[in-house]
Design a binder for this molecule. Structure first.
Ligand code: MG
Ligand code: MG
Ligand code: MG
Length: 309
């Protein structure tokens, strides 16, 4: 029986390309293996679709049930992120870069994890250490995975090993413009074309109770604010409607991943409390907040403090 190599549920580019890269590695070292993912190719995220298409890689095969199968896990080791019936599978290997999850095995397995920014960084090391030939198209997929997981080296999870791996993969693939490749992926990931405005507002949205006041905060990540230039007024109108439903405040974070800041759209009963929270001035519909990238870490805490929550 061949080994099904699979990444986590709702797969990102690392989970997809690590499955391809590790399946190839296993085959090259004498173990029959198939790259898998827990969704159908149609439902793959737009960034990974672009990566596979650009470099001519076949999408991993769909696998949603692991019962009775030999499986290798990449980019996770949590039961909650595994295919159904993982408890009835024979796990033969795990390659990862996260904290160890709650999956256990009945017998010894190959387990290789490192505290680096991406599973493909770990896999490149395995290819090199064992002199396994790395095909160009797979190398390109791995390159994209590292750029994605490390946000082109901007993420605090990025290590020197990830940077060295990217340098090596650029050499192998002949890709010369790392930033352009990253931008192409980012634009695919953050595409708003054709998405209904209300869906966009609620795509990544949460309501918070701030000392009895209902405060809604939505976010979209963009390669450039130009991506929403044509729909800004419609976004603002929709946010006003959402605010009017029963909320004290609705904020919408238009986060520019390249400039590393957020154009914060504000509709509030008390705009001054928002300006005070982020030391800025609302001009028209929004205020620019330099450095604001994370709702959880940078937007919510100052608001909670200001609202006295
Ligand atoms: Mg991942
Ligand atoms: Mg990863
Ligand atoms: Mg990721």
């Amino acid at each position: 029986m061949s080994v099904s190599v699979v990444g986590h549920s709702n797969p990102d580019t690392d989970s997809v390309t690590a499955a391809i890269a590790y399946a190839n590695y296993l085959k090259a070292t004498g173990t029959d293996a198939i790259a898998c993912m827990q969704i159908s190719a149609d439902n793959l995220n737009p960034e990974s679709k672009v990566v596979l298409e650009k470099f001519g890689l076949a999408a991993p095969q769909t696998m949603t049930d692991a019962a009775g199968k030999d499986v290798a896990l990449v980019d996770f080791s949590d039961i909650g992120q595994a295919p159904a019936n993982i408890g009835d599978a024979n796990i033969v290997a795990i390659v990862d870069h996260h904290k160890i999850g709650d999956i256990t095995t009945g017998s010894p397995i190959f387990f290789y994890a490192k505290p680096v920014g991406c599973t493909c960084t770990v896999l490149l090391e395995m290819y090199k250490n064992n002199n396994v030939e790395l095909p160009k198209d797979i190398a390109a997929g791995m390159l994209c995975a590292i750029l994605s997981d490390t946000v082109n080296f901007k993420s605090p999870t990025c290590t020197d090993a990830d940077k060295a791996a990217v340098a090596e993969l650029l050499r192998i693939t002949g890709v010369t413009d790392q930033d352009a490749l990253f931008m192409e992926m980012l634009k695919a990931k953050s595409s708003v074309a054709g998405v209904p405005i209300r869906d966009l507002v609620f795509r990544d949205y949460k309501d918070f109770d701030m000392n009895g006041k209902k405060v809604g905060i939505g976010q979209i990540e963009l390669a450039t604010l130009d991506q929403v230039a044509d729909i800004r007024d419609d976004l603002y109108k929709t946010i006003k409607e959402v605010k009017a439903e029963d909320r004290h405040t609705v904020l919408f974070m238009l986060t520019d991943v390249v400039k590393e800041g957020t154009d914060l759209m504000v509709v509030s009963d008390d705009p001054a409390i928002i300006e005070g929270s982020f030391n800025g001035k609302i001009e028209g519909q929004s205020m620019w907040v330099d450095g604001m990238m994370s709702r959880k870490k940078q937007t919510v805490p100052p608001l909670q403090k200001a609202f006295g929550a």
